[in-house]
Write a protein that binds this ligand. Structure first.
Ligand code: ADP
Ligand code: MG
Length: 305
């Protein structure tokens, strides 16, 4: 057993499956686990002694911090995490990496730069470029995605160029950023979630869209089961997490006829679906990674960048 540590889980709700599993896994391994709501943390910024306060009390430096920061609180949550990093606390995922992963476009550019397979993707600002946006990705059928969507909401399959133009017009009318993307038909409505912990895929599951739907999100009625992935898929997932600078990541991959393509990299991947589908103790893997890696002052960026 590793030396007992004080570990803080930054999460809005201790009753969430993922949060409570992480707490349970830590306690099983002899650590002191505390859940802290990032929105109730406030910080004292001063040159020599950065502090984080919580509900009237100063928080003593823990040995490690596990950020579970939801997309809707990224700005404030990463600021709090950065403050802990300035105190030298080891974060399971660093604030800069989380911010980076929350920008879909930036993430795709970073992955593309390092040669990771991606669906061909277009992005434009002006409605004058609508037609080119469609042609850029090979015309219909194509996928149009809101940049800020989650759980499959805001992801549309346009079967004809006419339909694509209408959707693009509608998104422009809403002043929303979106991208166009090659439709990976051959994936047959499935994608693969690879759960990466420290350069290893510790679990993987395939999600299949329900009949008549192309989006495999569980929120859209998709179902999940464990799957063995290929070595190429494994290395793609590990490399994608590494490029993003994430120790823990949910990397979503589709099987295209030009090899595995990465759809997105999630910095706070949920545990419920994948622990359920694979029967693996993923929360335990996260704690073990911290036991191996957490050292005071060993945070890579100390909140820089
Ligand atoms: P979200 O962040 O809302 O989950 P995704 O980009 O992951 O958005 O898309 C949701 C789902 O739609 C994916 O899990 C996948 O099943 C399907 N999908 C997304 N992009 C494509 C594509 N280019 N080709 C085929 N299916 C896609
Ligand atoms: Mg998704």
């Amino acid at each position: 057993m590793a030396d007992p540590m004080n570990i803080i889980v930054l999460s809005r709700n201790s009753k969430l499956y993922s949060t409570s599993r992480i707490v349970e896994a830590g306690r099983e391994r002899g650590h002191t686990m505390r859940v802290v709501d990032p929105l109730r943390c406030y910080v004292k910024i001063s040159a020599h002694r950065p502090e984080v306060h919580y509900k009237g009390q100063i928080i003593e430096s823990p040995h490690a911090i596990i950020p579970r920061i939801g997309a809707s609180v990224t700005f404030y949550g990463t600021a709090v995490l950065r403050q802990f990093e300035m105190m030298g606390v080891f974060p399971l995922n660093e604030s800069v990496a989380i911010s980076r992963s929350r920008d879909k476009l930036r993430s795709m550019q970073l992955l593309a730069r390092k040669g990771i397979g991606l669906p061909v993707t277009g992005f434009a600002y002006s409605p004058d470029d609508n037609e080119d946006m469609i042609n850029l990705v090979g015309g219909a059928p194509l996928v149009i995605k809101l940049l800020e969507g989650t759980q499959g909401r805001g992801v549309v399959l346009a079967e004809t160029n006419k339909a694509a133009e209408s959707v693009i017009d509608a998104f422009h009318g809403l002043k929303a950023y979106f991208l166009t993307q090659e439709f990976i038909k051959e994936a047959g409505g499935s994608d693969i979630r690879c759960f990466v912990v420290g350069e290893r895929v510790v679990a993987s599951m395939i999600r299949q869209a329900k009949e008549g739907e192309f989006r495999s999100n569980v929120h859209r009625g998709g179902s999940a089961r464990a799957i063995r992935i290929t070595p190429e898929e494994r290395s793609t997932a590990v490399r994608a997490a590494k490029i993003m600078g994430l120790n823990v990541a949910g990397v979503d991959i589709m099987r295209s006829n030009h090899g595995p393509v990465v759809l997105e990299v999630n910095s706070s991947p949920g545990l419920e679906g994948i622990e359920g589908a694979t029967n693996k103790d993923i929360a335990g893997s996260m704690i073990q990674f911290i036991e191996k890696s957490a050292k005071q002052g060993k945070t890579r960026t100390k909140g820089r960048g």
